[in-house]
Design a protein around this ligand. Structure first.
Ligand code: NAD
Ligand code: UFG
Length: 341
């Protein structure tokens, strides 16, 4: 049973990936500093899989702690690196904190991995690296644009650090996965996303509004050049996203790919507008969602959706879950987490 390190594994996408890994027979070990997650997510993982993964509270900015970790776990075969700060707006307010945390963690990780001869890395990147796309669907070879936020820039720079490392070290195999818009939760309702404070993202804002925590959803702009005027995104169910990591890991562990650094988009390939997401939520929850159209949010792109051909072919993976399954599971999780059932 190959032992896999999941950094940021108590977080939203990390905890779902831990479940997928365990279900596929991998041994998962997590490190996280718990700056944006709770140890309780391990209870959820255990309730779903029957296995409580090993956990160590480590801040990845601390190189000595990371080295010590790899020294004690010499049998780690690969790392999936989720740990990062991820709030776009906050990154504009606190750029130094974002650069220090996201770049520092990755630099420490790559250095430790090389020191301890761990040669397989999967990195959580983002569709944000494409900026405002010139054409749709977005393909992996499309240009990476100047970042629209310090957060986005950390993703671009991390990709560069990884690709430069892979170029000079052929024993170092890495994959960057560019996520489109992950939403939804595990169907059990035992794990999901519970952001602290006011959510930046659409789905948690919708579920918090439905839960009565927010008065109404503000829809940012209805004057885009899209079928209903609201912005279009490629929403992907977090369980599909998690499963893609296992496929990427399978590919890395085979070590027979042509290139030791690869990039894949992870989306469904379908774009949905904000109003379509609201409609789906109202249908699957049976609730009426209060919302108001307001001005566009600065920095938002009009429409993005992925070409998934490369991931379909090379990772042998395809997103399977529908938008209705995404909105249903998001609400199921929110209700359970807030004990509203
Ligand atoms: P999350 O905040 O739920 O998970 C990230 C985890 O990393 C948290 O548990 C946090 O405590 C931990 N962490 C942060 N800095 C750390 C450090 N220095 N040391 C140890 N742990 C640290 O976020 P998520 O939504 O699960 O995102 C996971 C990854 O995917 C992130 O890298 C994020 O940038 C990327 N991503 C997310 C989205 C999205 O919409 N959720 C989209 C694209 C990319
Ligand atoms: N939206 C609203 N009201 C809200 C929140 C969002 O109308 O309260 C709209 C946005 O304007 C956008 C859509 O819903 O049109 C999705 O917004 P999100 O904030 O959920 O997602 P983004 O596409 O803006 O951001 C996501 C990730 C970022 C990443 C970015 C670019 O959350 O990490 O994609 O790829 F940087």
């Amino acid at each position: 049973m190959a032992k896999i390190l999941i950094t940021g594994g108590t977080g939203y996408i990390g905890s779902h990936t831990v479940v997928s890994l365990i279900e596929q027979g991998y041994e998962a070990i997590i490190i996280d500093n718990l700056c944006n997650s709770s140890i309780e997510s391990l209870d959820g993982v255990e309730a779903i899989t029957g296995i409580r993964p090993l956990f160590e509270q480590i801040d990845m900015q601390n190189r000595a702690s990371l080295d010590d970790f790899f020294y004690r776990h010499a049998d780690i075969k690969a790392v999936i690196h989720f740990a990062a700060l991820k709030a776009v707006g906050e990154s504009v307010e606190k750029p130094v904190e974002y650069y220090r945390n996201n770049l520092g963690s990755l630099l420490n990780l790559v250095a430790s991995m090389q020191k301890f001869s761990v040669g397989n890395l999967i990195f959580s990147s983002s569709a944000t690296v494409y900026g405002e796309p010139d054409s749709l669907p977005i393909m992996e070879f499309h240009p990476v644009k100047p970042a629209m936020s310090p957060y986005g820039n950390t993703k671009k720079i991390c990709e560069d650090i990884i690709s430069d490392t892979a170029r000079v070290n052929k024993e170092f195999h890495a994959i960057s996965l560019r996520y489109f818009n992950p939403i939804g939760a595990h169907e059990s309702g035992f794990i999901g996303e519970l952001p602290q404070g006011v959510p930046n993202n659409l789905m948690p804002f919708i579920t918090q509004t439905a839960a009565g925590i927010r008065k109404e959803l503000k829809v940012f702009g209805d004057d885009y050049d899209t079928p209903d005027g609201t912005a279009v995104r490629d929403y992907i169910h977090v369980v599909d996203l998690a499963n893609a990591h296992v496929k990427a890991l399978d590919r890395l562990m085979k070590e027979n790919q042509d290139d030791n650094y690869e990039v894949f988009n992870l989306g469904t390939g379908n774009g949905f507008s904000v109003l379509e997401v609201i409609k789906s939520f109202e249908k699957t929850s049976g609730l009426k969602l209060p919302y108001q159209i307001v001005d566009r949010r600065s920095g938002d792109v009009e429409a993005t959706y992925a070409s998934t051909t490369l991931a379909n072919e090379k990772l042998n993976w395809k997103a399977e879950r529908t938008l209705d399954e995404m909105t249903y599971s998001s609400w199921n999780w929110e209700k359970k987490a807030r004990k509203m059932d």
